[in-house]
Design a protein around this ligand. Structure first.
Ligand SMILES: N[C@@H](CCC(=O)N[C@@H](CS)C(=O)NCC(=O)O)C(=O)O
Length: 259
């Protein structure tokens, strides 16, 4: 009998952070994983992980003792194994490859948005405290709220509107809420939910205003649909879910505003 794979997620404790993209994928699919929250011994140390060493967490440890890092790369590895790559029965190998690449393209774009949200409160350096870069953070926040965030959300709304496979699906095949690609949940849908959830925490006024924008309605339908998925709902209400706190998505009222 072949043993089912087991996974250990190595990420900092106390915040959801980038580890949460991976955690949500495991939680959604009810995949067992360990989460020891002590990544430091694995960093830049081939003795602990074999080649190549890892620059920063999240790092995923696989059943065979290999380790992989970079959030989007981890999701690209897990997506086909957990049925979250958008590939459907009967697709040619070539079409399946393209589908996986498209899912990864969207995940990478979501990671870009994640990084920009982080850089609002740390525009100069991660090594400095927020208090040491407040004027720069205020300028960055204005740019983010007024330009970058609407640009990203308009892009994702476009992706959702243009997903004809999903909007044309009818009857039993019609999904209850939009998906970014195809009709089945992919890692990109889960990642988009996570970033939007973080943005709602960090920028409650700006995201509330953007909820009123009819052109972005599809994005919020996806966010609210993923949030209600039974396995994720149970996880989000559990003690395993860390608070956003002092992580990537921080709420500083002075950086928020409705425009
Ligand atoms: N592009 C990487 C970024 C990884 C990253 O910045 N990890 C953070 C935690 S969320 C970290 O610990 N960084 C330490 C560092 O960059 O020195 C990814 O998506 O995994």
């Amino acid at each position: 009998m072949t043993k089912s794979p087991h996974y250990t997620l190595h990420y900092w404790g106390g915040i959801p952070g980038r580890g949460e993209f991976v955690r949500l994928v495991f939680e959604f699919t009810e995949t067992h994983y360990k989460d020891p929250k002590k990544p430091a011994p694995l960093l830049s140390n081939t003795g602990a992980t074999s080649h190549p060493p890892h620059c920063a967490p999240p790092i995923l440890e696989l059943s065979n003792g290999s380790y992989i890092s970079q959030t989007a790369n981890i999701l690209a590895y897990l997506a086909p194994r957990l049925g979250l790559d958008g590939v459907t029965e009967g697709m040619s190998a070539e079409d399946a490859d393209v589908r996986r690449a498209h899912v990864n393209q969207l995940v990478l774009t979501i990671c870009d948005l994640n990084d920009e949200a982080h850089d609002v409160h740390h525009p100069i350096s991660n090594r400095l405290y927020y208090d040491d870069q407040k004027p720069e953070a205020a300028r960055r926040a204005t740019e983010f709220r007024s330009w970058r965030l609407p640009k990203f959300l308009s892009y994702f709304a476009l992706v959702l509107r243009e997903n004809a496979e999903c909007s044309n699906a009818s009857g039993a095949n019609a999904p209850a809420y939009p998906r970014v690609i195809g009709t089945k949940t992919t890692t990109a849908d889960i990642a988009l939910f996570h970033v939007m959830n973080g943005l709602e925490h960090a920028f409650p006024k700006r995201t509330a205003a953007l909820r009123q924008d009819e052109g972005l309605a599809e994005v919020w339908k996806l966010v609210d649909g993923v949030r209600e998925e039974p396995t994720l709902k149970a996880y989000l209400g559990s003690k395993r879910r860390a608070e956003f706190g002092q992580g990537i998505f921080r709420h500083y009222p002075e950086l928020d505003g409705d425009e």
